[in-house]
Design a protein around this ligand. Sequence first.
Ligand SMILES: N[C@@H](CCC(=O)N[C@@H](CS)C(=O)NCC(=O)O)C(=O)O
Ligand SMILES: *[C@@H]1O[C@H](CO)[C@@H](O)[C@H](O)[C@H]1NC(C)=O
Ligand SMILES: *[C@@H]1O[C@H](CO)[C@@H](O)[C@H](O)[C@H]1NC(C)=O
Ligand SMILES: CC(=O)N[C@H]1CO[C@H](CO)[C@@H](O)[C@@H]1O
Length: 288
Amino acid sequence: MSAAAFACPLVALLSTGGTSRNSTKYSSFHACPLHRCKKNSFKTATRCSLDLDIFQEKERDGILYSLPVSNFSARCRLVIYAKEIPIEIQTPPTGLKSEEYRKVNPFGKVPALWLADNNLTLLESEVINEYLIDKYMHVSPSFIPKTAENRAIARLVSRIHDLYIGPYQYGLYRDVAMTERQSCFDAGRKAMQVLESVVQATPYVAGERISLGDVALFPSLVFWEYLAPRYYGWYPLEKLPKLRGWFHFMKTESAASEKVYKEVMEGLETWEKNGRFEKMGLKQQRVA
Ligand SMILES: N[C@@H](CCC(=O)N[C@@H](CS)C(=O)NCC(=O)O)C(=O)O
Ligand SMILES: *[C@@H]1O[C@H](CO)[C@@H](O)[C@H](O)[C@H]1NC(C)=O
Ligand SMILES: *[C@@H]1O[C@H](CO)[C@@H](O)[C@H](O)[C@H]1NC(C)=O
Ligand SMILES: CC(=O)N[C@H]1CO[C@H](CO)[C@@H](O)[C@@H]1O
């Protein structure tokens, strides 16, 4: 390794295969302009510089359009935070349904990832995450389980989330008829029971490495765990010990997961303060 590698603490950490995911490493994002080291390659740090002004004002690999409470944006933010990728995170400035934002994402949804190098925009949270782990492969955590079987389990968890949990989540917080709400809960409950038999919780959903399965499921379960007991007297993970253990582990798994947890919780608390649920005729219940 060249001496220059040590000019940039993060690259030094990476080149020694550092896997530390505590707040020390997390804050090094600000101390070390990763992208400038990266311009050549993650492995050789010959052009690493600590030109913070340039980093903060101009340099970024792209922009993730995201809303703090959005479950699907949160899974991408978790990867960006964990890998300390220099991607700016922005709320769509003109609103999701504006003509301007529809030029970024014609579906009018978050997340969307705009890439500075080639003016390409990617949609769909899982596609964005696959891109991020591919593009920043050399930055830990890899998000790639060690075995083919665990990689399949990670994808399965993510797919079950996208098909059988995400689409029913609105039942928790939108003003819909009780019958519709109930069928959303039934669907969510069923999917979580299936996940209980799929996840390993050792400690991650697919073995000992964090993966796309963990980041897909975690932000959504924050919604269910927060809202169902408070407003519907239902504890979704009560009889699902593996999922429950995994969920509590994920809350403090890393500085990145803590940050995402806090962002989603703050969004939910804001909804609560604004009286969103009272307006729907729901009353807050005591949560043990
Ligand atoms: N399949 C999409 C789902 C994206 C999605 O539904 N985003 C929500 C926020 S979590 C959204 O933007 N909703 C606004 C709307 O549909 O009007 C993905 O994985 O990115
Ligand atoms: C965080 O990681 C760094 C680098 O590996 C280590 O030096 C430090 O002691 C760790 N801090 C905590 C609080 O675990
Ligand atoms: C970037 O892409 C958008 C959408 O395709 C296009 O409208 C715009 O002109 C492009 N900008 C540049 C600088 O090429
Ligand atoms: C609050 C929030 O962003 N919820 C989203 C979670 O995911 C579902 C499924 O795509 C969206 O419809 C919700 O808007």
